[in-house]
Ligand binder design. Structure first.
Ligand code: ZN
Length: 323
């Protein structure tokens, strides 16, 4: 992708095709968002939405100083932009990046749990494509239909339509492989409960109700945010709580990051301010026994505690950290 300044954000594909985004592309789009005049928030918004569509990143990006610069741009938009939608989009980007950085910081734990799940049915389900296929044998489509068939309806066309929308939005839970013991019946029941909570809060089914339907449906089915629907399916969030969440909260992974240690680690200021990667032969890789490593340090806790060193083996990609 080139650096055409005024090119419209025409390719925010929602498929899971893994086109790797490079730091050159990212800084280009971030700069576009930064330079868009405040009087034209749509331009900043287009750029941010394009950034949101980036799901796979070049590994080298995270240790590139320009990534910190991108973080700075996003953070400024998040805090200082005059347009609320731009602020919200920037917040979502921040949350997504924070999540990525955290996932990279704890690769060993992640790999371990992935390995443990492999032999089970859950992993097989997880391997199923998340993208909706057009042909007949589409597991996501089948899940949607199955959940809708189990829905308890209330003989009110508008409310029943909402139930169906939530049923469809929750259907990816069947493919995510993140909820143990998830069933079609359970998801149907949750879809109905969410709608019940909404009708209790907005009995007239008016504008607020409809806006909330769109917000919830978008975030529940979002391929990049499986945590929200997972939390619902697991019962971590009740319907009453769900409908009170702001768009920003819905779009972020705050809930997954509830663990306090991770929350501290997630502090963007710490990440962007202190991530300075350097090469060293001071560390020996436990896997390949080579001494070609890069590392960076983060203040993961309070300022008076020692930094955590995140080390990457250049030879085999092994990662570990020293606290
Ligand atoms: Zn190694």
């Amino acid at each position: 992708m080139g650096a055409h300044d005024d090119a419209p954000a025409s390719n925010p594909t929602t498929t899971t095709t893994t086109t790797t985004t490079t730091i050159d592309e990212l800084i280009d789009v971030c700069t576009r968002a930064e330079r868009a005049p405040e009087s034209e928030p749509q331009r900043a918004l287009d750029a941010l939405r394009l950034i949101e569509s980036f799901t796979a990143f070049d590994d080298a990006m995270f240790t590139d100083a320009r990534f910190a610069q991108c973080g700075k741009i996003i953070n400024t938009l998040r805090k200082k932009h005059g347009d609320d939608e731009v602020k919200a989009a920037a917040s979502r980007v921040k949350a997504a990046w924070t999540k990525m950085i955290l996932a990279r910081a704890e690769p060993d734990a992640k790999k371990q749990s992935a390995k443990e799940e492999k032999p089970g049915k859950i992993a097989a389900a997880a391997a199923a494509p998340v993208v909706e296929k057009k042909d007949g044998n589409d597991p996501l489509h089948e899940a949607k239909v199955a959940i809708k068939n189990k829905l308890e309806l209330v003989d009110d066309p508008a409310r029943d339509r909402t139930r169906e929308i939530f049923a469809e939005a929750l259907a990816p839970c069947m493919m995510d492989g993140k909820v143990k013991g998830v069933t079609i019946e359970k998801l149907a029941s949750i879809a109905a409960k969410i709608e019940n909570a909404m009708t209790a809060k907005w009995p007239d089914g008016g504008k607020d109700y409809k806006t909330k339907v769109r917000q919830l449906a978008f975030n529940l089915k979002d391929a990049k945010n499986p945590d929200l629907r997972t939390s619902m399916a697991n019962g971590d969030i009740t319907s009453d709580v769900l409908i009170e969440l702001s768009p920003e909260e819905l779009g972020s992974n705050e809930r997954r990051l509830a663990n306090e240690r991770i929350r501290e680690l997630a502090e963007w200021e710490a990440v962007r301010g202190q991530q300075q990667e350097a090469s060293t032969d001071a560390f020996k890789c436990g896997k390949c026994k080579q001494r070609a490593c890069t590392y960076y340090q983060l203040q993961t806790r309070s300022a008076d505690e020692p930094m955590t060193t995140f080390i990457t083996c250049v030879n085999c990609g092994n990662r570990w950290k020293i606290c």
